[in-house]
Design a protein around this ligand. Structure first.
Ligand code: ADP
Ligand code: MG
Length: 392
């Protein structure tokens, strides 16, 4: 699995503005001249998206889509022959259902544990289907209807009254106008009344703008518009969503990566990508990656490879956290230990990066070292056991 086109647009190819050229004090670098920490999927993979859309040009596809459902799947799962990198590890059948859902008159709800790539998958789907993953609403206790539908530019509102010029469209308004996929992240963190703003929009595919007169009062969604919502099963349950809203979505659970070898490959690839982007030379050796991935998988499932039961942690030991831990270990090694990532760095960052301040979990991880890691063969496992003092 490779992010083959990573890096092309992330900066190295783009000349950075030299400081001397930037004479005016408040000159902001333009988007094109700044190295972005994390470009949107459609920018990062513009070349792949362009090629897929071009090949599909004369094929039938759902109205308003940029490419066929088959190409959407290719973009996400990769296609070696066509030079398309795999970006998500998951079952094809689940992804096919996601793509189908988005072509229906219901939205798509991705649920699951934190760190299972729900947000990443929704970004990839929006990038492939609409060429734009940025129409995103971030759900929180403070999300307002304004941030979902539209608000007003008050200066223009006072000067001209309500009209097209004074209306400031929020992601939902824009997605309906342009016929694009809108992402609603962590929808269950919003108060139920705010979530229910989506009800009439999803069923009638139109939005009322009562402040406007005439035609402007009703915004009908253009073809291609749909909604992908995500919800974490840990934070607040999807129970806290009205039955009416649930009926307007197809639900898909995004599970943790099933196979050990797939998770190993992903963690190694993602860690390597992040370390490269950070400009450091450290790399995760395969035996150290094995310690990292095994630890996360065993603690996550509360079961050892040999089938022994472990106490389950309150921290979700997700793949995303494993990648962050590997990345932190790599930076640590390159700043303070000649680029050599050792089992000690992993032990240290399992505590600092993954467990954070969960004291109970730390106890359980110590137990894991004393009762599982200790009995494993191989010098890397022994070195890892010796590193248990890092957890004190
Ligand atoms: N199945 C997967 N396929 C690809 N990346 C994954 C997968 N599971 C976890 N990841 C990692 O997790 C990161 C994204 O996590 P994120 O989308 O924020 O998770 P969530 O929204 O479920 O909390 C990815 O960048 C990747 O490193
Ligand atoms: Mg998320």
């Amino acid at each position: 699995m490779t992010h083959s086109d990573d890096g092309k647009l992330t900066g190295s190819a783009i000349p950075r503005k030299s400081k001397t050229a930037d004479t005016s004090a408040d000159a902001k670098p333009s988007a094109a001249s700044r190295e972005l920490q994390r470009p949107a999927a459609e920018a990062l993979h513009a070349d792949e998206l362009g090629r897929l859309a071009e090949a599909d040009a004369s094929r039938p596809m759902p109205p308003g889509w940029r490419m066929t459902p088959q190409s959407v799947l290719k973009f996400i799962l990769g296609d070696e022959k066509a030079g398309i990198a795999q970006k998500f590890v998951g079952r094809r059948a689940m992804l096919e259902r996601c793509v189908v859902a988005l072509a229906t008159n219901r939205g798509l709800m991705l649920i699951g544990e934190p760190g299972t790539a729900k947000s990443w998958l929704s970004e990839l789907l929006a990038a492939a289907i609409s060429g734009d993953s940025t129409l995103t609403i971030q759900g929180s206790a403070g999300t307002t209807e304004d941030a979902i539908k539209y608000s007003w530019n008050y200066a223009l509102l006072l000067a001209e009254g309500p009209g097209e010029r004074s209306l400031v469209p929020a992601p939902l308004h824009r997605g309906m106008t342009d016929g694009k996929v809108v992402r609603f992240e962590e929808i269950t963190r919003c108060p139920v009344e705010i979530q229910d703003t989506m009800l009439s929009i999803l069923s009638d595919r139109m939005m009322m703008v009562p402040e406007l007169k005439g035609e402007g009062r009703t915004l009908y969604a253009a073809q291609g518009f749909n909604v992908i919502a995500t919800a974490n099963t840990r934070d607040r349950g999807v129970n806290e969503m009205s039955a009416a809203l649930k009926r307007r979505f197809n639900f898909e659970t995004v599970p943790p990566i099933e196979r050990f070898d797939h998770e190993m490959a992903l963690v190694q690839q993602e860690t390597a990508r992040l370390l490269k982007q950070a400009g450091v030379k450290a790399a995760l050796p395969p035996d150290v990656a094995e310690l990292l991935v095994t630890t996360f998988r065993e603690l996550r499932s509360a079961k050892t490879t040999e089938g022994r039961a472990l106490e389950s942690l309150s921290t979700p030991m997700s793949t995303a956290e494993a990648v962050s831990t590997g990345f932190a270990a790599g930076l640590h090694a390159s700043y303070f230990a000649n680029d050599r990532i050792t089992p000690e760095h992993i032990a240290l960052h399992v505590a600092a990066t993954a467990l954070k301040d969960a004291a109970d979990d730390l106890k359980k991880v110590r137990h894991y070292f004393n009762h599982v890691v200790r009995n494993r063969g191989g010098p890397h496992w022994q070195a890892y056991y010796e590193a248990r003092k890092m957890l004190d």
